[in-house]
Design a protein around this ligand. Structure first.
Ligand code: ADP
Ligand code: ASP
Ligand code: MG
Length: 417
């Protein structure tokens, strides 16, 4: 007997028929004798609709009320799944984040989980063989008791946090693909599924654009050593042997990966914007005058490129910010113009960041150089580059994203045979 967390994303619970399919997956595990906690997302498209309603009500709204609205999507699916399970003679009860509770920080719309109380769930596993159906994405602020949400894609994080709290043997993330691929399989049909991915690599893949797992869920998995298994909810529940090894990807410690490739995967993100400040004064304190106010405005600056001044007086400085923060960033820099001292500000939102990730890069030189050559041969211009130990990223025109991803995917031998 094992204790399992099973998380189902939006497309897997998109309507009552799919919820019935999810219930069959849950029943399969219960019948095999396992203790099960299920975490559900809202029906696909629901959270987008709720977010749009908040914006329609008032473009600038109170994040506490945003959370009250958007958390409702998960409440519906948790209740529906518990109803369907009961109908299949599986003992089940739904739980909202505040009922457990899942305590969070007060960063409404992007709250961090601080503590999860799983005691009641475990008691009910033992006493009533009851399946816990928990609304993902939501929690409760530790002090005010108000509903919070964990940021988009946050149900993954709910699942891993609950798995850690109840000491689950495994956290299965059921989604609309059967695992983590070398890149988004919807963009590159030649992408292949990875059997195992190290936490560190998954962290980079997720934070650089692969939305299959929320970044925070991978961080939590790494800290608490939760075995995360990404698999498909569309496999027929009755075809799966609960004691066998289904297709999927295990996110695990690096030491478990025997055959390490140099490059594991490629991620990309079009949610980027570029800002170039022309003829900035080249003197001490200028970087602080630019990035200080951006940090104060809670804007995450990513890539930074500063040229060496040719005349000793002025230089150009380029950086990227999330596309959603572009206008705010321009506003912050324009207001700080007096302190910074520059001639002109140029911006672009039609840019994309393509990143190549692999733990093997630690011990291999020249991996990035190969990419620059391959992109050049496709006439793709690189606007900025950043590198770190296990990844490098290039900023390019958004129109070339797919071409760049496909080119690099082939270059590093990731295309499936
Ligand atoms: P869910 O609703 O189940 O949480 P998401 O839409 O959040 O599902 O995440 C699954 C999607 O992530 C897939 O449909 C796929 O298009 C996308 N994706 C992006 N990069 C990858 C990758 N490297 N491997 C697998 N899926 C990826
Ligand atoms: N429903 C939320 C979202 O769409 C959380 C999730 O699906 O993980 O972002
Ligand atoms: Mg998701």
């Amino acid at each position: 007997m094992a204790r399992l967390v099973m998380k189902f994303g939006g497309t897997s619970v998109a309507d009552v028929e799919r919820i019935r399919n999810v219930a069959r997956h849950v029943k399969r595990e219960v019948d095999a004798g396992h203790e099960v906690a299920v975490i559900v997302s809202a029906m696909s498209g629901k959270t987008n609709e709720l977010v749009a309603w908040c914006r329609e009500a008032a473009p600038l709204h109170d994040a506490r009320e945003y959370d009250a609205v958007v958390a409702s999507g998960e409440q519906v699916t948790a209740g529906l799944l518990a109803i369907v399970l009961e109908g299949m003679n599986v003992n089940a009860r739904s739980w909202q984040g505040w009922q457990l509770p899942i305590l969070t920080s007060n960063a409404h719309a992007a709250a961090r989980i601080l503590d999860v109380n799983g005691a009641e769930l475990v008691k009910r596993f033992k006493e009533r063989k009851e399946v816990a159906v928990i609304s993902g994405f939501q929690g409760m602020h530790k002090e005010t008791g108000r509903i919070t949400t964990l940021g988009r894609g946050g149900s993954d994080t709910s699942a891993v946090a609950i798995a850690a709290a109840i000491r689950a043997d495994r956290c299965d993330i059921y989604t609309d693909v059967d695992g983590v691929y070398t890149t988004d399989p919807r963009v590159v049909p030649k992408a292949h599924r990875l059997d195992k991915v190290a936490f560190e690599e998954m962290l980079e893949l997720a934070s650089l654009g692969a939305k299959v797992l929320q970044v925070r869920s991978v961080e939590l998995g790494m800290v608490h050593n939760v075995r995360i298994f990404v698999r498909s909810s569309f496999d027929k529940p009755h075809d799966i042997d609960p004691h066998g090894t289904p297709p999927g990807t295990l996110i695990c410690g690096e030491e478990e990966i025997v055959e390490q490739q140099v490059v594991t995967g490629i991620a990309f993100s079009k949610d980027e914007a570029q800002i170039s400040i022309r003829r900035v004064q080249d003197k001490p304190g200028v970087a602080a005058a630019i990035f200080g106010p951006l940090a104060e405005a809670s804007i995450n600056v990513d890539m930074i490129v500063q040229n060496v001044s040719s005349d000793g007086a002025t230089t150009d400085l380029t950086f990227t910010v999330p596309a959603a923060d572009y206008e705010r960033s321009v506003d912050v820099i324009t207001k700080a113009r007096g302190a910074i001292g520059y001639e002109r500000l140029d911006g672009a939102t039609d840019v994309a960041k393509v990143s190549v990730i692999g733990i093997g890069m630690r011990s291999h030189a020249g991996v990035a150089a190969q990419a620059f050559q391959a992109l050049a041969s496709r006439n793709i211009n690189i606007r900025a580059i950043t590198t770190s130990e296990i990844k490098f990223s290039v900023l390019i025109d958004a129109a070339y994203t797919e071409l760049a991803v496909r080119t690099l995917h082939s270059l590093y031998g990731l295309d499936k045979a």
